[in-house]
Design a binder for this molecule. Structure first.
Ligand code: 9MR
Length: 471
C-alpha cells in the first residue's frame, strides 16, 4: 500500500506517438474494422477492437450474484487479485495450494473468460519462509515456485506477471532493493526463462506502477526490456498498472508506444482512478490503448468501488450497489470510438530457420506494394517494424518479402513472419494467420537484430518477386 498514486505527476517530455492507422492486425486472431463500433458491454466493445477488458477478481466473492452478474456480463479477462501470489500458492516451502486460484480459473473457463496470472515473483506477499531465505536458497526457491505454479496452470493463462514491481521509485531508474534483488541482478531474467520453460504458451510480462508516463522508473524498465530483447531473454509484454489519481500523464500513450516499439505487447493491468475527473481520465486511458496497435487490453483492479483496495476513493466503474457510474459510460463510449487495429506479436517469436513456412509454398498475386520501415537502434541491437501495403488490385495469397540486411546485422527473433536466413539476403514468409493481403490492406511484421555499428534499414524490398516502393 506504500505506492498510492500521487495526483501530481512529473511530466517529462512528450514524445510523438506514431500510430499505424489502417494497418490490418496481422498478429491477432480477430480482425475488425478500425472505425467506431457499438458494443453494449465493456468486454464486447473491447473485443470489437481486438482487445480484452478484464478485472481483478477475489475468489471469496464468486458466491455473490451481484458481483458475478457484472463480472460475467462485462468482462472477458480475469486476474486473481491475491490468489496466485506466492503466499497463497506456496504457504509452506514445497507445499502448493491452488484451491482458491483454481476456483477462479474454473469460473473463467465456464464463462469464456481468459486469465492473466498474477504474480509469480514479488517482494511483497511472500510467505514467511521465503522472507527468511537469501542467496542461493532463495534463488532456488524462486525457481521451484515458478516451475510449479506456472506448470500447474500451463495452457490456461493468457499472460503471466512473471515479475512484479522490481524497480525503485524516485529518480534512480534502478532496481528496488529486496531479498530477490540481493540474490543477484540476473534474478529477473532467470524468472522469465524459468516461466517460459514451465508454460511456453503464456505471454510473459513485467508489471509495475508509477510507470504511466516517461519517467526515470519507466525508462529503467524500458532499458531492461530492450536489453532482454537484444539478448533473447523471453519477455512478451509489459504491464502498466495505472493506479491513477486523476488524468493520465500527457505522455501516457507515447510511453506505451515506446515499449510497443521494442516488440513487446503492452497491457493496462490494474487500472483504478480517483478524483473528480474520473470519467474523462478513464476515457483517456482507453483511447491511449486503442491508439497503440500492440496494446492488447485493459484490466481494472476490481468491479465495484466497495471491492477496491483504495478504500474510500471510489476509483472503479461500478458503485457499491453494482450500478454503472459515469466513468463506466465514458469507458464504454471510448471503447466504441475509433481505434487502431490490434497487432500483437505471437508468444514465441518464430525461430530463424532454413525451413520455409508451408503456407508460403505457392505464393500468388503481388506485383504492387509499398513498405514502410521504422528502425529503433541502440548500441548493439535494433528492432525493425515493417508495414507492407498491397497497392495492387488483386489479393495476395501467401507472401514472401525479400530484402538484404546491411552487413553486420543478424536477426535474433521476429514476429508475424518467419525470417530465413538470419543475415544477408533474407526472406520473410507469412504466418498461417496473415497470408492474405486484400487490395489496399496491409500486414505488419518485424524483427530484432544485433548489429556491429551499421543500423541502416534494407534499401529495397520485393513482394513475391516484384519490387515495392519504400516509404
Ligand atoms: O488489491 C490487492 C490487495 O487486496 C492486497 O491486500 C494487496 C497486498 O499487497 O495487493 C493488492 O494488489 C496489488 C497488486 O497485487 C500489485 N500492484 C498493486 C496492487 C494494489 O496494492
Amino acid at each position: 500500500m506504500s505506492h498510492r498514486p500521487t495526483p501530481r505527476r512529473v511530466r517529462l517530455r512528450a514524445v510523438l506517438a506514431l500510430t499505424a492507422a489502417g494497418v490490418i492486425g496481422a498478429g491477432a486472431a480477430i480482425f475488425f474494422n478500425g472505425s467506431a463500433s457499438a458494443g453494449t458491454t465493456l468486454g464486447a466493445s473491447a473485443a470489437e477492437k481486438g482487445r480484452y477488458f478484464g478485472t481483478a477478481v477475489a475468489a471469496g466473492k464468486l458466491s455473490n450474484s451481484t458481483y458475478t452478474g457484472i463480472l460475467d456480463r462485462e468482462f472477458n479477462m480475469i486476474t486473481p487479485e491475491n490468489e496466485m501470489k506466492w503466499d497463497a500458492t506456496e504457504p509452506s516451502q514445497g507445499q502448493f495450494r491452488y484451491t482458491s486460484a483454481d476456483q477462479i480459473v474454473a469460473h473463467a473457463q465456464a464463462h469464456g473468460q481468459r486469465m492473466r496470472g498474477h504474480a509469480l515473483t514479488w517482494h511483497q506477499q511472500q510467505p514467511g519462509w521465503a522472507q527468511q531465505l537469501s542467496g542461493t536458497a532463495l534463488r532456488n526457491a524462486m525457481i521451484n515456485h515458478i516451475t510449479n505454479v506456472a506448470g500447474h496452470y500451463k495452457g490456461k493463462i493468457y499472460a503471466w506477471d512473471v515479475v512484479n514491481e522490481a524497480f525503485a521509485d524516485g529518480g534512480s531508474g534502478g532496481r528496488r532493493d529486496s531479498n530477490l534483488q540481493r540474490t543477484g541482478n540476473d534474478w529477473i531474467e532467470v524468472a522469465f526463462r524459468t516461466a517460459r520453460a514451465a508454460d511456453p504458451g503464456a505471454k510473459l510480462c513485467y508489471n509495475d506502477y508509477n510507470t504511466d508516463g516517461i519517467n526515470a522508473k519507466s525508462t529503467g524498465i524500458y532499458n531492461m526490456v530492450r536489453d532482454f530483447k537484444s539478448r533473447g531473454v523471453p519477455i512478451d509484454c509489459v504491464g502498466f498498472q495505472s493506479h491513477l489519481g486523476g488524468l493520465p500523464p500527457s505522455d501516457y500513450q507515447a510511453n506505451l508506444q515506446r515499449f510497443a516499439d521494442l516488440g513487446v505487447e503492452v497491457q493496462i493491468t490494474e487500472l483504478d482512478i480517483s478524483g473528480s475527473n474520473q470519467a474523462t481520465a478513464y476515457a483517456n486511458v482507453v483511447k491511449a490503448c486503442l491508439a497503440v496497435s500492440r496494446c492488447a487490453g485493459i484490466t481494472v483492479w476490481g468491479i465495484r468501488d466497495s471491492d477496491s483496495w483504495r478504500t474510500g476513493e471510489n476509483p472503479l466503474l461500478f458503485d457499491a450497489n453494482g450500478n454503472k457510474k459515469a466513468a463506466y459510460t465514458s469507458t464504454l463510449n471510448a471503447l466504441n470510438g475509433p481505434g487502431t487495429p490490434i497487432s500483437t506479436p505471437p508468444v514465441s517469436s518464430p525461430p530463424v530457420s532454413s525451413s520455409p513456412s508451408p503456407s508460403a509454398s505457392v505464393p500468388q498475386g503481388g506485383g504492387a506494394c509499398r513498405v514502410t520501415v521504422t528502425v529503433n537502434a541502440w548500441n548493439t541491437g535494433l528492432t525493425e517494424d515493417l508495414t507492407v501495403v498491397n497497392t495492387g488490385t488483386a489479393a495476395v495469397n501467401g507472401w514472401s518479402l525479400a530484402f538484404t540486411l546491411p552487413g553486420g546485422q543478424t536477426i535474433t527473433s521476429g514476429w508475424n513472419a518467419t525470417y530465413t536466413p538470419a543475415s544477408g539476403a533474407v526472406t520473410a514468409r507469412n504466418e498461417s494467420y496473415n497470408g492474405t493481403i486484400a487490395p489496399g490492406a496491409s500486414v505488419s511484421l518485424g524483427f530484432q537484430a544485433t548489429h556491429t555499428g551499421n543500423t541502416a534499414r534494407p534499401a529495397a524490398f520485393t513482394l513475391n518477386g516484384a519490387a515495392c516502393t519504400v516509404a
